[in-house]
Design a protein around this ligand. Structure first.
Ligand SMILES: [Zn+2]
Length: 509
């Protein structure tokens, strides 16, 4: 528990340094999970253990040169030693000893670790051991995760709606502009509007505002924490324009979000649903509907637009200002029309963003109400966390006591995560052998935020261990990220993956 004390002290110092004159306010309501009606359920991934899982489990993508490298060995009988072999020559480059981690009294299965951190020469290797056979091949190199990071970022480009994706940028994913027909209002079929653009959230091309806002904000968080790892040459049409590609990509979604706001009132439509006429949702014959105005969509919109405005202002002041004005109009519409006086996490996050971006004190009251009541303790999710991080980082006057409470809460979360991970066979924060990837990604987002503030080596290792877990060092030796229905193909999970990878890339520099 000594660690906790030191961390808390560090945090307080940081807090005092960062919080001296800042505080946003927010309010939010909490319908996130229940509100998403237009999206398909998350794909059900099959985690059935294949018949021939290797007994030696590694990150199939590889390990960075200087990192700690551990393979997990499973079986009823364990050898004493293992060998790291170079793939091309099959020569042994390292001999290691196994260390027992866990013995299952029922299945008699033993889990062991083999540390081969000493292998630092770039190359392609595999691990072999008597009784167990060999592992999948993997690479050791300086930049083994860079292509994965670029690919995770580029998923949003592949999902662009309403524009032609050429082979030059989209490869096999090239297609003509989709969903370009006018959309019909669900509540008034005589009303049509242009709802094309933005990113598809699933195969059908559905676009839900709250999901869009949360995803945009998560990607912006990654950029905010680690701007250094985002390049201007990811191979999208905007590459090389002097703006980081991630911001260009997000702007494509923001352009669509702006279309979904009523000019006169500031109200925001809940999203776009698509019904295929001929089985092909992307065909011209698809019916496109705009879902009714929703206050929650308005709050989500205000959060994302204010956040984007703040982070984009150095690249295009005029556009950024328009975004902030749009966020403010959406906020005012919600205030005018909402009867519920409770502050939910969406209002909280929106108020925090609006306060940070504009400095107007009217917003901070909403944020501080949520913080005063410590609502984050009961509503701890992505939106709440996004609002908290923004409140902590605002340059305007904030309540230092609330800042400190939030920091302590974040620190406690990080300690909980590391406590579980220390004991887990696959070093993950889940309590079961097969965990819920969405939950693990959320935990890693949380740990990334804390690690960004206090730079804790143990947390860095835990985050990296989760990448090892996702890319093959797990009970099924299954790659959770690049599977055709894996993390990268899931609209929201991919953004959290970007947060996780951006930290790993930054720390590995
Ligand atoms: Zn489309």
């Amino acid at each position: 528990m000594k660690t906790v004390g030191i961390l808390t002290a560090l945090l307080c110092m940081l807090l005092l340094a960062g919080c001296e004159e800042e505080f946003p306010a927010e309010t939010a309501t909490q319908q996130t999970e229940d509100m998403i009606t237009s999206m398909e359920a998350e794909p059900v991934l099959s985690y059935e253990v294949p018949k021939s899982v290797p007994g030696i489990l590694v990150n199939q993508l590889g390990y960075t040169t200087g990192s700690s490298k551990v393979a997990v060995f499973r079986g009823r009988e364990m050898p004493e030693q293992f060998y790291v072999k170079e793939e091309s020559s099959q020569k042994i480059v390292y001999t290691g000893t196994l260390e027992i981690k866990k013995q299952d009294s029922v299945s008699k299965e033993v889990s062991c670790y083999g540390d081969f951190s000493a292998v630092i020469s770039p190359g392609v290797y595999y691990i072999e051991a008597p009784i167990l056979g060999r592992s999948y091949s993997f690479e050791i190199g300086e930049a083994v995760y860079a292509p994965l990071f670029d690919e995770a970022c580029k998923q949003y480009y592949y999902n662009r709606c309403g524009m032609t994706l050429t082979e030059e940028y989209a490869g096999d994913g090239a297609h003509n502009a989709c969903h370009t027909a006018k959309a019909v209002s669900q509540t008034d079929t005589s009303l049509t509007l242009d709802a094309s653009g933005g990113w598809h959230q699933d195969e059908k091309g559905q676009k839900n505002m709250m999901t869009a806002a949360r995803t945009v904000s998560t990607l912006l968080l990654a950029y905010e924490l680690y701007p250094q790892v985002f390049s201007d040459n990811c191979g999208i049409p905007e590459s090389g324009n002097g703006v980081p590609d991630i911001l260009d990509e997000i702007k494509y979604e923001i352009d669509w979000m702006l279309k979904m706001q009523q000019q006169e009132s500031g109200a925001v439509y809940a999203g776009v649903s698509v019904y295929a006429k001929s089985g092909d949702a992307s065909s011209k014959a698809a019916e496109i509907y705009v879902e009714p105005i929703s206050l929650d969509a308005g709050k989500a919109f205000a959060m994302a637009l204010a956040k984007f405005s703040y982070l984009y202002q150095n690249y295009d002041t005029v556009y950024a200002t328009n975004c902030l004005k749009a966020a403010d109009r959406a906020w005012k519409y919600v205030e005018l029309n909402e009867n519920n006086k409770e502050t939910d996490e969406w209002e909280f996050a929106a108020a925090a963003e609006l306060y940070r971006a504009s400095g107007q004190t009217s917003y901070s009251a909403h944020a501080t109400r949520f913080l005063r009541e410590k609502k984050y303790e009961t509503v701890w999710n992505e939106t709440t966390m996004l609002g908290c991080v923004t409140y902590l980082s605002t340059k305007h006057v904030v309540n230092t006591t609330y800042c400190e409470n939030v920091m302590n809460y974040l620190m406690a979360k990080a300690e909980d995560i590391s406590y579980v991970a220390r004991d887990a066979v696959y070093f993950t924060a889940g309590t079961k052998e097969q965990d819920n990837d969405t939950q693990l990604l959320f935990e890693m987002m949380c740990l990334s935020v804390v690690n960004h503030i206090i730079s804790n080596h143990e947390y860095e290792t835990i985050i990296e261990n989760h990448l090892h877990y996702f890319t093959g060092r797990n009970i099924t030796a299954y790659n959770h990220i690049s599977d055709p229905v894996g993390i990268m193909k899931q609209f929201e999970s991919d953004a959290k993956l970007v947060v996780m990878l951006s930290g790993i890339l930054y720390n590995g520099r």
